[in-house]
Design a protein around this ligand. Structure first.
Ligand code: SF4
Length: 881
C-alpha cells in the first residue's frame, strides 16, 4: 500500500512547540519533524501519542442550545442575540470572553478584535493568565515589552544552567533532552525546587528551598554579586537603570548569605556554591516557569531573576539570558494579539490612549474598549456577582483549572448565558454551558502558534472537518457578522487573518517595540500554507527572523534602557496552621495534559499515573498512619481531594504535592484547584497554585473495588472514591468507600444486570463477578477489603474486544490474573510499555546501566521522558545492594 503523504504541523501541548509530521487523512502514527528547529525530529510520549487521541468518543459534533440540537444559523443567532441584549440592557462590559493558550493565533486575533474593538468590552482574558502572566509582567517591567530575549540554542550553549520552578524533564521533555544531550565537560546545572523531581537527575546542585522564598534567594544573589565585585558596572551604566535601588532593597531583605540560607532553609555551603558558580560563569541561562509564575509574588520573582542577569550583562547573548518557558502551545501567540485583559493587540499598551487610538484606527472603529478588563480570577468573581451576563469560553476548562473551583462552578451556574466552544463534551465546563459550539480540534484546524522562543509555526489541518464542526475564527466572525459588523469579519480563511495581524504588527516597525511580523504581511495564501517556523521579529531587514534580542544592550523602552526592579520579599499569603498544617504544591505529571480532555482518551498515557495521588514525606505519612498505596484525603475550607498516597522523601516534610489534571470526568474528588484559595499576584493577577494549605488524613475505606465495564456515557458512582481509567476497549474504575453495602444489589447495579459468573465470600467481604451477554463480556468486578489484594486487571481489556469469550478466558475472568502474562508493575516507559517490575527484574539479573536496560527492554530509547525514572530504579537498586 502506498504510504499516505505527510504534512508538517505543530504539537498542541507544551510551549516547546515541537514540529510533528502527520499523515494526510489520519489513520497512522505521527512522527517528529526532522526539519523543525525546536525538536529536530524528536517527540515526547505525549507528542508521539497524538494520533491515539484523535478518537470519535466524547466528540462534540453539533451546536446545542440548552441541551437541544440546533443548526449553526440558529446557534449564531442566539449567541448574537444574547450579546446584543446584554449590551443594550447592561452595557458592553456585561459581555466577557475567556480564551485559551490552546487557541491558534488567528482565532485569538478575531476574538480580541470582536470583543475589544466592536462589542466594546475589555473583559477578555485567557487561561494563559494561570500559566505565565507573571513572566509577561516581569518582562514588561524590565525590558519595556513582553519579550523572551533568548532561544533554545542558548540552553545548549550555557556553561551554567539554572532551572528554577521548572520540572522540565516532565513538562518540557524535548527541551530537557536537548539540555541533557548538550552536556559538556565543566557544564553545571543547578535545579532550584522544593521537590526532588525527574529534572533533578540532571542537577550538579539541587537547592531544595522552602517554597515561596525564590525572590529572597535571587535578591541574595544580587547582593552577593555586588559584594564579590561580580557586577558588570560598565554594562549597567550603558544600558540599565535602577541598579542601586534594586540592590538596596535586596540588601534589606537578604543582608547576608547566612540569613538567606536560613530563610530559604538551605545549607550555607550549597547556597554559596550556587552564588559562586553564577558569579564565575558568563554563559548562564536561568530558565523559569510555573514554579516561579504561579505565585502571589510571581512578577517579583521574575524580576529578581532578571535583575541578576542585567547586573551581569547576561541578556540576549549566546548561552546567556533569563528564559521564561511557557506551559501552553500558544501562550505567546495569544499575547501577541492582546489576549490578556491588560494588553492590546500588537504588544500595544492598553493604558495608553494613543495606542488604543492606533488599534481602533486600524480596525476602523471609533474607539476600542477602555481597558484593562478583568483578569481571570476577578473575571469569574464578576460573573459570580452578576456583572457579566454573557460569558463566551473557548477551548478551556475553568471549572477545573481556576483556583477555588467550587466558586467558579457557582459563578457559571449563575451566569445567564454561558457559551462554550470546545471539541469535547468530556469537560466539567461544557456540562455548565447554555450554548455549545462544536469547535475544530488539533489536526482539523489551521493557523499558527508561537512557542517559547518566539518561533511562529504552522498548525496545519490534515483531517477533514466533521460535518458540523467549525474553526473558532469562523464562529467568532459569523457572530461578528450577525451583530452587524460584517465588513470587518469577512475572512475567507486563516491566511487572511494572519495577514491582517501581521499588518497591524507593522505599526511597531521602526519603534522601540520588538514584536513585528511586517515581513510576513504580504504572504499569499500559498506562501502562508508553506510558511516554515520563524522567530519574530520578521521584518524587511530580517526576513528570516531574529534569533536573539537585546544582545546589543538596547531594550524595548522609550529610552532604550532596561530597568532593574526593586523586589521586596513577600511571603506566601496562605501559611499552614494547626487546622491546615500542610503546604500544598500542585503541578503536572509526565504523560497528561491539563484537564485530560485530550490525553485522557489515550489509554497508553494513563498507565504512567492512572489515579489522582498525593506525594507525602515519610515524616508526615507515619503519624497519620498512611502507607504507600493507601487512599488519603486533603481538606481545606469545605473542599476535599482524595488520592492514592505516594510516600517519598522527594517531598520536604510539611509539604505535599498533587497533580492538576484530574476532574469530575475522571475522579470523584481529584480537583487540585479546590485546595487553592483565590489569591493572586497584585501585578500580574496570576493565581497562586503552588502554595495552598490543607489537612491530611487517611480515607478509611472498608472496601475497594475494581470494575471493568463496556464503555458507555461516563457515570458518577455512589462511592466516596472513584476514578475512571479509559482502556482500549472498556472503562476501568477504581472504587472505594467507608460504608457497608448490600453487595447483591450493588453488584447487579454495577454489572448492569444479574452476574453470569460469581465467586463470593461474604464473611471476608470478597466478591468477584462478571456478566456476559450472548457470550460477550459486559462487565467484571472484584471487591476486596484491602486494595493490595485486587489483581491488576488491565489485561481483561482485550476480552471486551472478543465477540464471544472462550472457555479458557471465562475461567481466567474471576481469577483476575492471566496465567501466561506476568504483572509488569506500574508503567515506566509508555512508548514501549515497559513496567517497573520488568525493569527491576532486569536490574536484578545484571542490567546495570540505562544503556543495558535500553538494549534489553527498549525502555527509554524513544522519547527519553522516562530516563529519570529508570535512573531512579537503578539508583534504588544500588542503594539496596
Ligand atoms: Fe509536544 Fe512533547 Fe514537544 Fe511539548 S515536548 S511540544 S508535549 S512533543
Amino acid at each position: 500500500m502506498t504510504p499516505k503523504p505527510m504534512l508538517s504541523t505543530t504539537c498542541p501541548y507544551c510551549g516547546v512547540g515541537c514540529g510533528v509530521r502527520a499523515p494526510a487523512g489520519g489513520g497512522a502514527a505521527v512522527q517528529g519533524d526532522q526539519q523543525h528547529p525546536a525538536n529536530h525530529g524528536k517527540l515526547c510520549v505525549k507528542g508521539s501519542s497524538l494520533h491515539e487521541t484523535l478518537v470519535p468518543e466524547g466528540r462534540l459534533l453539533y451546536p446545542q442550545v440548552r441541551g437541544q440540537r440546533v443548526t449553526w444559523d440558529s446557534a449564531i443567532g442566539q449567541v448574537a442575540g444574547a450579546i446584543r441584549e446584554a449590551v443594550a440592557t447592561h452595557g458592553p462590559g456585561s459581555v466577557a470572553f475567556y480564551l485559551s493558550g490552546q487557541m491558534l493565533t488567528e482565532d485569538y486575533y478575531v476574538a480580541n478584535k470582536l470583543a475589544k474593538g466592536f462589542i466594546g468590552t475589555p473583559h477578555v482574558d485567557t487561561n494563559s493568565r494561570l500559566c505565565m502572566s507573571s513572566a509577561v509582567a516581569a518582562h514588561k517591567r524590565a525590558f519595556g515589552e513582553d519579550v523572551v530575549p533568548g532561544c533554545y540554542e542558548d540552553l545548549e550553549l550555557a556553561d551554567l544552567l539554572v532551572l528554577t520552578g521548572s520540572n522540565t524533564a516532565w513538562n518540557h521533555p524535548i527541551l530537557y533532552q536537548r539540555m541533557k544531550a548538550a552536556n559538556r565537560a565543566g557544564r553545571k546545572v543547578v535545579v532550584i525546587d522544593p521537590r526532588a523531581t525527574a529534572t533533578t537527575e540532571l542537577a550538579d546542585l539541587h537547592l531544595k528551598l522552602r517554597p515561596g522564598t525564590d525572590s529572597l534567594l535571587f535578591n541574595g544573589l544580587l547582593v552577593w554579586l555586588a559584594d564579590q565585585q561580580a557586577v558588570d558596572h560598565a554594562y549597567l551604566a550603558a544600558h540599565c537603570d535602577g541598579f542601586e535601588d534594586a540592590l538596596a532593597l535586596a540588601r534589606s531583605h537578604a543582608p547576608s548569605l547566612a540569613q538567606v540560607a536560613a530563610a530559604c532553609d538551605l545549607a550555607v555551603a550549597d547556597l554559596r556554591r550556587f552564588y559562586e558558580w553564577f558569579a564565575a560563569t558568563p554563559r548562564t541561562v536561568t530558565l523559569f516557569s510555573q514554579g516561579i509564575n504561579q505565585s502571589v509574588a510571581g512578577t517579583d520573582k521574575g524580576n529578581a531573576i532578571i535583575n541578576c542577569h542585567l547586573a551581569t550583562g547576561r541578556v540576549g547573548k549566546p548561552g546567556a539570558s533569563p528564559f521564561s518557558i511557557t506551559g501552553q502551545p500558544n501562550a505567546m501567540g495569544g499575547r501577541e494579539v492582546g489576549g490578556l485583559a491588560n494588553t492590546l493587540a500588537a504588544h500595544r499598551d492598553y493604558e495608553d490612549p494613543a495606542d488604543r487610538a492606533l488599534v481602533a484606527d486600524f480596525w476602523g472603529v471609533p474607539q476600542v474598549a477602555e481597558g484593562p478588563g478583568y483578569k481571570a480570577v476577578d473575571l469569574f468573581e464578576a460573573v459570580h456577582r452578576g456583572d457579566i451576563k454573557v460569558l463566551w469560553i473557548i477551548a478551556t476548562n475553568p471549572a477545573v483549572s481556576l483556583p477555588d473551583s467550587a466558586r467558579v462552578r457557582e459563578a457559571l451556574a449563575r451566569c445567564p448565558t454561558v457559551i462554550v466552544s470546545d471539541c469535547s463534551v468530556q469537560s466539567d465546563t461544557v456540562q455548565q454551558a447554555d450554548i455549545l459550539l462544536p469547535a475544530a480540534g488539533w489536526g482539523e484546524k489551521d493557523g499558527t502558534v508561537t512557542n517559547s522562543e518566539r518561533r511562529v509555526s504552522r498548525q496545519r489541518a490534515f483531517l477533514p472537518l466533521p460535518a458540523e464542526v467549525r474553526p473558532d475564527w469562523w464562529a467568532l466572525a459569523h457572530v461578528g457578522q450577525a451583530l452587524g459588523y460584517g465588513a470587518a469579519f469577512t475572512y475567507d480563511g486563516p491566511a487572511a487573518i494572519f495577514r491582517e495581524h501581521a499588518r497591524l504588527s507593522a505599526c511597531n516597525s521602526g519603534t522601540h517595540r520588538c514584536f513585528d511580523l511586517s515581513g510576513l504581511q504580504g504572504l499569499s495564501d500559498d506562501e502562508y500554507h508553506d510558511l516554515g517556523p520563524v522567530q519574530w521579529p520578521v521584518t524587511r531587514q530580517a526576513p528570516a527572523g531574529t534569533t536573539r534580542l537585546f544582545g546589543d544592550g538596547r531594550f524595548a523602552t522609550l529610552s532604550g534602557r532596561a530597568r532593574l526592579v526593586p523586589v521586596a520579599w513577600i511571603p506566601p499569603q496562605q501559611q499552614p496552621d494547626a487546622q491546615w498544617p500542610l503546604v500544598v504544591n500542585s503541578g503536572r505529571v509526565r504523560d497528561q495534559w491539563h484537564t485530560m480532555t485530550r490525553t485522557g482518551s489515550a489509554p497508553r498515557l494513563l498507565q504512567h499515573r492512572s489515579e489522582p495521588f498525593i506525594e507525602v514525606h515519610p515524616a508526615d505519612a507515619a503519624p497519620r498512619g498512611l502507607e504507600a498505596g493507601a487512599l488519603a484525603t486533603l481538606q481545606r475550607e469545605g473542599q476535599s481531594y482524595t488520592g492514592r498516597v505516594i510516600v517519598t522523601d522527594q517531598q520536604r516534610p510539611g509539604e505535599v504535592f498533587v497533580p492538576i489534571h484530574w476532574n469530575g470526568q475522571f475522579a470523584s474528588a481529584g480537583l487540585a484547584s479546590s485546595l487553592m484559595g483565590p489569591v493572586t499576584d497584585p501585578v500580574s493577577g496570576q493565581p497562586e497554585s503552588k502554595h495552598g494549605i490543607a489537612s491530611l488524613q487517611g480515607f478509611p475505606a472498608r472496601w475497594h473495588a475494581r470494575l471493568l465495564q463496556r464503555r458507555e456515557a461516563p457515570r458518577r458512582w455512589q462511592a466516596g472514591y472513584w476514578t475512571r481509567v479509559p482502556l482500549q476497549h472498556c472503562d476501568s474504575w477504581w472504587l472505594a468507600d467507608t460504608d457497608r453495602k448490600d453487595w447483591a444489589a450493588v453488584l447487579t447495579d454495577w454489572l448492569g444486570g444479574e452476574p453470569t459468573l460469581m465467586m463470593a465470600d461474604p464473611a471476608q467481604q470478597r466478591f468477584r463477578a462478571a456478566r456476559l451477554l450472548n457470550g460477550r463480556l459486559q462487565a467484571v468486578v472484584m471487591v476486596e477489603t484491602d486494595a493490595a489484594l485486587l489483581p491488576d486487571t488491565d489485561w481483561l481489556d482485550e476480552c471486551f474486544a472478543e465477540p464471544r469469550l472462550s472457555s479458557a478466558q471465562r475461567r481466567m475472568l474471576l481469577a483476575g490474573r492471566r496465567a501466561d502474562q506476568p504483572d509488569v508493575g506500574a508503567m515506566v516507559c509508555s512508548c514501549f510499555q515497559v513496567g517497573e517490575k520488568q525493569i527491576q527484574q532486569a536490574i536484578a539479573e545484571g542490567a546495570c546501566s540505562v544503556d543495558a536496560l535500553g538494549e534489553q527492554l527498549r525502555c527509554g530509547t524513544n522519547c527519553g521522558s522516562c530516563l529519570p525514572e529508570i535512573k531512579g530504579l537503578l539508583l534504588s537498586a544500588r542503594s539496596v545492594a
